[in-house]
Ligand binder design. Sequence first.
Ligand code: NAD
Length: 352
Amino acid sequence: MSLSFHYAGSPAHIVFGEGASQEVANWIAKIGCRRALVLSTPQQKTDAQALATKIGPLAVGVFSGAVMHTPVDVTETAMKLVGESGADCVVSLGGGSTTGLGKAIAYRTNLPQIVIPTTYAGSEVTPILGQTEGGRKTTVKDAKILPEVVIYDATLTTGLPVGLSVTSGLNAMAHAVEALYAQDRNPISTLMAVEGLRAFRAALPEIIATPSDLTARAGGLYGAWLCGTVLGAVGMALHHKICHTLGGTFDTPHAETHAIMLPHTAAFNAVAVPELLQPVAEIFGEPVGGGLWDFAKSIGAPRALRDLGLTEVDLDKASQIAVENPYWNPRPIDRQSIRALLQQAWEGRRPE
Ligand code: NAD
């Protein structure tokens, strides 16, 4: 066998366990900190306050203003509190929006981060930060952005609504599917991607059936860790380009957009790299796009872009933007083929 690849293992501490978030004060001390600022969205404020109480004297405050897409003005407000409180680390409790705020603070201050993820977005294990200012989203990649400690505690995720669990899971799966054909993939990223897909194949139907099932919830977090790790490790392609275009230009919701697009982008690329996507066919059924679409339908996922408020005129604009400065993709793209792909996703048709 001829092997040639580059693999960089993540230096982050990854902690799994029911009730593991109870140990957060110990982790604050272990990383040499004494003044933690707890972050959350407004919706998770009560949980963040309860966490700060649990942390006790090592917590110096709670900032519950995190919102989607990390607007710079919100970060600046939080930065004031960082300064006033003398915080020496942040504890982010929540999904990608809260993790994004913690990363934005770390990017500016180099403060260590402890993240307790409560969705499956996977941002907690990537060195990537997307920020918005004046309606424009920019992305930076920097070692400072990668959180130092991630605590996956299923007991904190039983309240994640079923609909969000489904779209968030499919969002994570999209990272893994694209990692399978990434130009810079390596044997470890492929192992993690396949294991992540298997984890969600098993966990999502169980989560819908019994949202309080801790074993299923832990399976979702396990999938989130694996899929997020490959998102941070290898390059993404057409699927992420289209989702960033739709989210950035038409403000479509992040996880739903990924959930709807995944079967279509996978079907499109399966034509070029069927052997690389064979694990997806084995886990979800043949053909690759149809199998993913059937799975998404079986778990009640949204399947049509038109349900997100997009019009057919928007699809013309989106296909134009998606082919400008394209990401590398295993199958060549042109405006016409992307327009057809978007039409299929807009109508919610099963890809062949
Ligand atoms: P989110 O963090 O916005 O969460 C969605 C909503 O669900 C919020 O109101 C949140 O408070 C609530 N919520 C989260 N967990 C909950 C729980 N367990 N119980 C009840 N409510 C809960 O959504 P998301 O999809 O996790 O994150 C999306 C954001 O993350 C986007 O801005 C996206 O760009 C970013 N993201 C970044 C990366 C990266 O690597 N930089 C990766 C993935 C996502």
